[in-house]
Design a protein around this ligand. Structure first.
Ligand code: NAP
Length: 269
């Protein structure tokens, strides 16, 4: 798996990571063991970056369990998602317990109360319990505010959606991230799975075979990762085998403009 410089943070991230929204929000021994299997499947090819949040129900806890005994082989990105710093501090205390005392990327989820949380995250970074800090938003309507937070110079990374149906980040956020040297995490690579519902007809992916692409999921991930301003894409899956399939898209060669255009066309409007 290709590893990429995460902006100017000094960290390197694998090109394909793992999202945990819905897929890791599970309870019970059987489902927790399945989550551990998904993590094993990811770690084996080097897909070792996991994104979570207190907004995702049980996901932070289940990810922590799944990493038991191998936390140092993984990078954990999680978030604070709270209206108050009191609630935020409780979330942080819990997360640090789940993840062996440190988080690799601590983000303000959807910019909720970011002015309150940012000083707390800066303190964590200063103490070493957050290696880097960032901010996320899923909606282009918040990109103006997100750009303002980026320009403060206080964060190291952003997390935004990008796929052939959601390209708004290309306009301002990606150029700004590049100028400022911020790490970029790409959420929703499959538009929450909607892009997978009408895969292209058999044979349509043939021109992408020289790029190591065998499946529609891989074609889409490679479309994202062929933009060098994007460092790590974080698809989520609950199914055995798919984590490995997604991880395989994290290796060169990368598309040129023609292949990117083909994938955008195949994705349709
Ligand atoms: N900060 C935010 O506001 C925010 C918002 C949204 C997401 N996120 C983060 O981004 C991550 C990813 O986004 P997402 O979960 O919304 O959606 P996504 O990764 O775009 O899509 C997930 C869907 O794709 C399917 N899928 C995954 N791999 C596949 C494959 N190889 N072949 C066919 N289908 C496949 C999964 O179904 P199966 O389970 O059946 O495989 C699932 O339904 C989240 O988990 C979360 O960590 C952050």
């Amino acid at each position: 798996m290709e590893r990429r410089a995460f902006g100017r943070t000094g960290l390197e991230v694998p090109a394909v990571g793992v999202g945990t929204w819905k897929t890791f929000d599970v309870r019970g021994k059987g489902a927790e063991a399945d989550a551990r299997d998904r993590v094993s499947e990811a770690l084996e090819p080097g897909s070792s970056f996991f994104d979570s949040s207190p907004m995702y129900g049980q996901a932070e806890r289940v990810l922590g369990l799944a990493l038991e005994g191998r936390r140092d082989r993984a990078m954990v990105a999680t978030k604070v998602w709270a209206r108050s710093t009191d609630e935020g501090s409780r979330q942080i205390e819990r997360a640090l317990r789940f993840y062996g005392g440190w988080v690799d990327l601590y983000q303000v989820h959807n910019l909720v109360a970011w002015r309150e949380h940012l000083p707390v995250l800066e303190r964590l970074r200063g103490e070493g319990s957050a290696r880097t800090i960032g901010a996320t938003h899923w909606s282009p309507s918040a990109f103006h505010e997100l750009a303002g937070v980026m320009r403060t110079g206080r964060i190291d990374a952003v997390q935004i959606p990008l796929n052939p149906w959601e390209r708004e980040a290309e306009r301002d956020i990606l150029p700004l991230a590049e100028d400022l040297g911020l790490g970029v995490v790409v959420m929703r690579p499959f538009a929450e799975g909607r892009l997978m519902r009408r895969p292209p007809p058999p044979g349509a992916l043939a021109p992408l075979e020289p790029f190591g692409v065998r499946t529609w999921a891989q074609a889409l991930l490679k479309w994202i990762l062929s933009d060098p301003r994007c460092h790590v894409a974080i698809p989520a899956t609950s199914r055995a085998g798919r984590t490995r399939e997604n991880a395989a898209a994290g290796n060169p060669p990368w598309y040129g403009p023609e292949e990117r255009e083909l994938v955008a066309r195949l994705a349709g409007p």
